[in-house]
Write a protein that binds this ligand. Structure first.
Ligand SMILES: *Cc1c(COP(=O)(O)O)cnc(C)c1O
Length: 379
């Protein structure tokens, strides 16, 4: 937790649950990405955290934006971002979203199927298009495979088609899976993409850019390679595979820009030990759970770290099942792999859930079970 956030909590004692984000950290993360991959254009993936203060902070630093819906297009434009800084990266778009965003000036669209390409040709004529390919997502805690992307063979075919339909075939994209913990994932994916570039070159189509997507990890419970490590491997791979005239490079980081910038402050609602023998695990219920924004605990995929008032006192930690406040038995965050927490923890205590700046506030349900969405503070 940054000094700014701990001072805010001490001064304001904000009601729980709430998300508190330090915008200086967002700025620092952006600058670290920029210096690790100076040749890349950064398209911040808005869905990771679409809050206006984050968009505005990044815009001032020169960021571009990856948007996934007409709603995200409109909110960026209403914040003064010009349409030519936006890339419509979702390969699954309603027709009206293509038409309306084209009217608003968007000219860069992703696709991964013949039908989507056809829709773009009709409703966004003459636009630049890029094809998303399927790549292996091994090493990612939150994979994005299967639902998106096409084969290399199909991508070549579709990009040739794009030109015939009056569109501008502009690039290839992929996503190695979110919270990707191996740098090699990018190497493999870039190799696959480079072959497509070569084949198309032989057909007299020169693509302008390679879009590496997101995936760069945030710091949760596991050690992850640094942004610099990712930058080095990507740059080396690009030099090897594109020895002359490399394409422009785009990245679409979400999690790595905002993940560690925020914390959730939550209250312990109940600690329950159902029997004295200790055979049944201790259950800790918080005022935030899977429906309150911690949706990425599904499958216990993303493992957050916790700070409690007893971290300096306790001699031993006890395994606890961690659950949310709603009357839904799916609202359990960690059970297979319990969380180690101090035995002193009790109802009314405030705890801090670290690195919750990405994929929390926007995942929060609109009021399931009467629990209001969490408050957000951007400092
Ligand atoms: C979600 C998403 C991203 C961001 O991914 P992170 O793993 O958060 O960096 C980037 N590009 C696309 C197309 C996405 O859907």
């Amino acid at each position: 937790m940054t000094l700014k956030i701990s001072q805010f909590i001490a001064d304001k004692n904000p009601a729980t649950p709430c998300l508190i984000v330090d915008l200086d950290v967002v700025k620092q993360n952006y600058l670290t990405l920029k210096s690790s991959l100076p040749q890349a254009k950064i398209y911040y993936a808005v869905k990771a955290n679409p809050a206006a203060p984050i968009i505005t902070t990044l815009e001032k630093l020169g960021s571009y934006f990856d948007v996934a819906s007409l709603g995200e297009v409109k909110s960026c434009i209403s914040l003064g971002i010009s349409a030519n800084r936006l890339s419509f990266g979702n390969t699954i778009k309603p027709i009206h979203a293509i038409r309306e965003s084209y009217k608003l000036g968007i000219r860069l669209f992703a696709f991964d199927s013949a039908e989507e390409l056809e829709k773009i040709a009709i409703y966004a004529p003459g636009s630049k298009v890029y094809c998303r390919i399927m790549v292996v997502n091994d090493g990612a805690d939150w994979p994005l495979s299967r639902k998106f992307g096409t084969t290399a063979e199909q991508a070549i075919h579709l990009l040739i088609d794009a030109q015939e339909k009056g569109l501008k075939p502009a690039g290839i994209s992929f996503h190695v899976g979110s919270q990707q913990k191996t740098v090699k994932a990018y190497q493999h994916a870039i190799t696959l993409a480079a072959n497509i570039f070569k084949t198309l070159q032989n057909r007299n189509i020169t693509l302008d850019f390679l879009n590496l997507g997101g995936g760069f990890p945030a710091n949760y419970s596991d050690e992850v390679p640094s942004t610099e490590d990712f930058g080095k491997t990507i740059s080396t791979t690009m030099k090897e595979l594109f020895p002359k005239e490399p394409p422009h490079l785009f990245i679409e980081p979400g999690r790595s820009v905002v993940g560690n910038s925020g914390v959730v402050r939550s209250e312990v609602i109940l600690v329950s030990q159902r029997d004295e023998t200790g055979k049944n695990p201790r259950w800790v219920y918080l005022d935030i759970g899977r429906f309150g924004g911690l949706a990425e605990t599904e499958g216990e995929a993303i493992r957050y770290r916790f700070e409690t008032p007893y971290d300096n006192l306790t001699t031993g930690l006890v395994p606890c099942v961690l659950a949310g406040p709603t009357c839904d038995s799916a609202d359990v965050m960690y059970e297979k792999n319990p969380v180690m927490l101090p035995p002193e923890l009790k109802s009314g205590d405030k705890i801090i859930i670290l690195a919750t700046g990405a994929y929390v506030a926007s995942y929060c349900s609109t009021g399931f079970n009467g629990f209001a969405p969490l408050n957000e503070y951007y400092l």
